[in-house]
Design a protein around this ligand. Sequence first.
Ligand SMILES: CC(C)(COP(=O)(O)OP(=O)(O)OC[C@H]1O[C@@H](n2cnc3c(N)ncnc32)[C@H](O)[C@@H]1OP(=O)(O)O)[C@@H](O)C(=O)NCCC(=O)NCCS
Length: 172
Amino acid sequence: MKSLQPKNPKDSLTVSTRIVLPNDTNTLGNLMGGNLLSWIDLNAAICAHRHSGRVVVTAAVNNVSFNQPIRLGDFVTLESKVSRAFSSSVEVFTDIFVENRSTGEKQKCNEAIYTFVAVDQIGSPIHVPDLVPETAEEKKRFDAALRRRQLNLILAGKMKAEDATELKALFL
Ligand SMILES: CC(C)(COP(=O)(O)OP(=O)(O)OC[C@H]1O[C@@H](n2cnc3c(N)ncnc32)[C@H](O)[C@@H]1OP(=O)(O)O)[C@@H](O)C(=O)NCCC(=O)NCCS
């Protein structure tokens, strides 16, 4: 039973901005996908740590979409918020925006969902505070997180498909 103080998504909001340098790019001069994954992992891990107040480890990369190329010299802003907390794990949503240096125009280009687990000094999972969503988007992401968790655990071989009640409800 949890006795930790619940938190809101804004409590874990983590924002960072980076510039795409030559070492970050592929031969086309666009940001390498693997570099973006690493930036997301760091930003989202800080977010998960802020929510849980604990060291966290990356348990799963649930979903990442690469919708458009990010070019050399672009400013990239990552905004991570916890979308749902379970027992020891938290799901973190990261929205990625690219900013044109000349015009200052900022547009959303990617979205990523990672799962982190809070651990104690010996690396064992430990309870995290509940999450209370506030905005309409936070509530939508909160509700869908349970289905994503079940799908993720099935794919990881940690849950039987017949136990995934939320997922089954989508189809039956
Ligand atoms: C993540 C880790 C701590 C889970 O430990 P475990 O002994 O498997 O623990 P459990 O099976 O009891 O699961 C603990 C939590 O992790 C979650 N979890 C485990 N595997 C998961 C996966 N593949 N996807 C999503 N969540 C997962 C469980 O759902 C559970 O969450 P809950 O407590 O909120 O219900 C452990 O697997 C680990 O240390 N992995 C390595 C992490 C790491 O080094 N990451 C960097 C990679 S380079």
